[in-house]
Design a protein around this ligand. Structure first.
Ligand code: FES
Ligand SMILES: [Fe+2]
Length: 380
């Protein structure tokens, strides 16, 4: 049975029947190529927050993984009317236009200085007066523009999709919006912006983030410092687009700042862990959020672009905002140190002789949801 036959069979399993994915799925180059050609080329990927693009001309570049290795560089830029995404490539002779992030009144190519507006239209290029279009007409900048990529904003997150025919993201996430919309997370203030590369398969990282089972053990010293929260975890079945669970500490502290009335009742003590497939995961709290944009770099390396943002009310109420931010960052650094050896170790172990995969805990329901999404997409 090929690994693709196994994945197809996996897509039909109920949660009760399911195990972790076939081990080869974490090491197979062919599976990675199929993932790149299917989910990364056809599903929505988060590339930024609107908070990264607050002023006209603000831009960020993002690298999207593509079949065969390497990346497709895109640029996301705020124009006078909206945020747009383009291939980060000059239509003259293919130079990369921008790098990193910054602010530009116009996009000027570093090679021969062709100039584009924020909407991707070409203003012109120097020394082109003698040039002609393919049909012999005089060179006309109006005939040329940057290739635009589909973009949607959802709760302050900027998503792009390389498939021009993909279903709109908003309706697919309506159920998740009903849960997280109340947090107004688009207003959270960015306090940290990082890119890491870990030696593991990208799927193992998504699964680990959505695994509520390991927290009491692996994160005993960080998330579990005040006791085991496992009994407060509420697991919900996911969809083929997203999944989530909640940690609701009925007797825990109110996590909102004084006077902050965004959230009612138990929501003031609720942490939401959510995934938007394929590679966006978030830990959302009343006081801060942590999100990861996860993309593969081969079968045994994953790129993790991640940010931390704090609720503005929480920042305003803090006696010492810098100390508050330092505490959150220290917690997340510790959590990352705790997860790193686990997910790196699993990646090494899937290369060993097969073991018989054993049942999942109910606390791993969201791991199954992600696996079902992936195996369903790869089986179409
Ligand atoms: S490649 Fe950009 S101006 Fe020539
Ligand atoms: Fe973890």
């Amino acid at each position: 049975m090929s690994v693709f036959d196994e994945l197809q069979a996996h897509s039909a399993l109920s949660f009760e029947q399911a195990r972790m994915l076939p081990l080869e799925a974490y090491s197979s180059e062919a599976v990675l190529d199929a993932e790149l050609a299917t989910v990364f080329a056809g599903d929505w990927q988060c590339v930024a927050r609107t908070a990264d693009l607050s002023e006209v001309g603000d831009y960020v570049c993002a690298d999207l993984p593509v079949v065969g290795g390497g990346v497709r560089s895109i640029v996301i830029i705020r124009g006078e009317d909206s945020i747009r995404a383009f291939d980060n490539v000059c239509v003259h002779r293919g130079a990369q236009l921008l790098t990193g992030c910054g602010t530009e009144t116009r996009i000027t190519c570093p090679y021969h200085a062709w100039v584009y507006r924020h909407d991707g239209s070409l203003i012109g290029g120097p020394y082109m007066a003698e040039s002609t279009e393919a049909d012999g007409a005089p060179f006309n900048p109006d005939r040329h523009r940057l290739p635009e990529i589909r973009l949607e904003v959802w709760n302050g997150f900027v998503f792009v999709n390389l498939d021009p025919d993909a279903d709109s993201l908003g309706p697919r996430l309506a159920g998740l919006h009903d849960i997280v919309g109340r947090f107004a997370m688009e207003s959270y203030v960015t306090v940290r912006n990082e890119v890491d590369v870990w030696p593991t398969n990208w799927k193992l990282l998504v699964e680990n983030f959505m695994d509520a089972y390991h927290v009491f053990k692996v994160h005993k010293e960080s998330f579990g410092a005040n006791g085991d929260n496992t009994a407060n975890t509420e697991m919900y079945p996911g969809t083929l687009d997203w999944a989530h669970h909640r940690v609701v500490e009925a007797d825990g502290p109110d996590l909102t700042a004084n006077g902050d009335d965004r959230l009612d009742g138990e929501w003031r003590r609720t942490i939401v862990l959510a995934a938007i497939f394929p590679g966006f995961v978030i830990q959302l709290q009343p006081d801060w959020l942590w999100f990861l944009m996860i993309t593969p770099m081969g079968t045994d390396q994953v790129r993790i672009a991640w940010q931390v943002a704090v609720a503005p009310t929480t920042l305003a109420a803090a006696d010492d905002p810098d100390a508050l931010i330092a505490d959150i960052n220290a917690l997340i650094d510790q959590v990352n140190c705790e997860d790193h050896p686990v997910v790196a170790g699993i990646r090494r172990n899937v290369d060993r002789p097969q073991f018989d995969r054993a049942p999942l805990s109910n606390l791993e329901r969201n791991v199954f949801d992600f696996d079902r999404y992936l195996t369903t997409r790869l089986s179409r």
